[in-house]
Design a protein around this ligand. Sequence first.
Ligand code: GLC
Length: 476
Amino acid sequence: MKVLYAASEARPFKASGGLAEVAGSLPQALRKRLIGARVVMPLYDSIPQELKDTMTFLTHIVVPVAWRRQYCGIFEARFGGVIYYLIDNQYYFKRDSRIYGYYDDAERFAFFSRAVLEILPHLNGFQPDIIHCNDWQTALVPVYQSVFYAKDPRYQGIKTVFTIHNIEYQGKYGMDILEDVFGLDDRHASLVEHGGDINLMKGGIECADAVTTVSPSYASEILDPWYSHGLDSILKNRGFKVSGILNGIDTAYYDPAADEHIAAKFSLAEPEEKARDKAALQALFELEQSPRAPLIGVVSRLVAHKGFDLVKASAMELLDSSNAQLAVLGTGEWQYESFFKELAQKYPGRVGVKIAFVPEWSRRVYAGSDLFLMPSKSEPCGLSQMIALRYGSIPIVRETGGLKDSVQDSGNGEGNGFSFHDFNADELLRTIYRALQGYADQDGWKILMKRAMECDNSWGKSANAYIRLYKGMVNS
Ligand code: GLC
């Protein structure tokens, strides 16, 4: 079984979010299970030079983008035993360090999606059974396969999977660029048209042989208009091919017993060492050095769907009525950035904020915090809560999507965290108070930490679920 995993970002080459984590770890897990998984992604100019130095040039071809004929270099690299194909075109990918947000993103990813298909005859005999596409940037792969390659025998046996990592970002464009940028004419408009616009995610859902999302709960939530950002009817019609598979994390990469970026390594056998990480985190975030003050960590993009309106509405009451400390790391919308900066000014020594995206610091937050706050309004999967569990930081989450599927409330003496259902600030506050009460009971807390650190969120189960899906498709 051979799988080509197509993604717009993959760790370690280029990352802006959770997709890169998945693209950087699922293929390795598949390979360990004897699936020949390889990855294809764009060769961004901003990929670090030392990684570029590991790439070798395979060949170059010409890729059509509507009426255009574009150069496409194919480079190959290896990482963690996985072969990566990097698609080179400086006109599209020699930009600044951002991956997205350019005026011509539609054309950039139309090129990339077409390239994913065009390179197949040039990979020294690697002929995938499955092309696994992710999010709107590669949603055109199954569309193009059915429009341009249906009669080409080299492409006929290939099945496509389309995974939705976040339904909020759909790749919407005006119908006027259908032909000029996407190379599709009126006969094919219905494949990608939704609500009067071009909607690439809809195209992926329509044309892929299977559609997955990154947790079972999110797979059912997105059938509901509250979560679907307009795509519920499309998904309901295609319900027979939609399923949810919970992401895993790379447990070797996120391992408190081996992490070089944290102040003190610790493990289930030596959990006491975590106290040193807490002291170091308090120092890094300019918090008071108090070993027994419950320290709540946040590592997140600071955007609305992560639930920060609830934090805004409850933070002052929490700080006034408890001895909790707060360490916040992230960047995002101005309103949340400025809220947290003001909060830190108002509560010096109690609230520390870093408006930044620094992966090494995030590890220090996981390692040094007692509790990890993630009250998302929606959360397709969420990886931070899984990393927090592994670092013995007990998650406080809203019961949605992957948070619901990976965190169980410990109120009944089992479970690995604290959770609430309704998206409202009172519920969040009550839940944090329950967590603080739990923290006050030192013996009980040790048991909870042990249960959290013992959770198995490695890729094993999920990789097996993908393999079952692939095999079912190839054999049908
Ligand atoms: C997106 C989602 C997040 C998920 C990640 C990886 O970033 O918002 O919930 O964990 O993709 O699938």
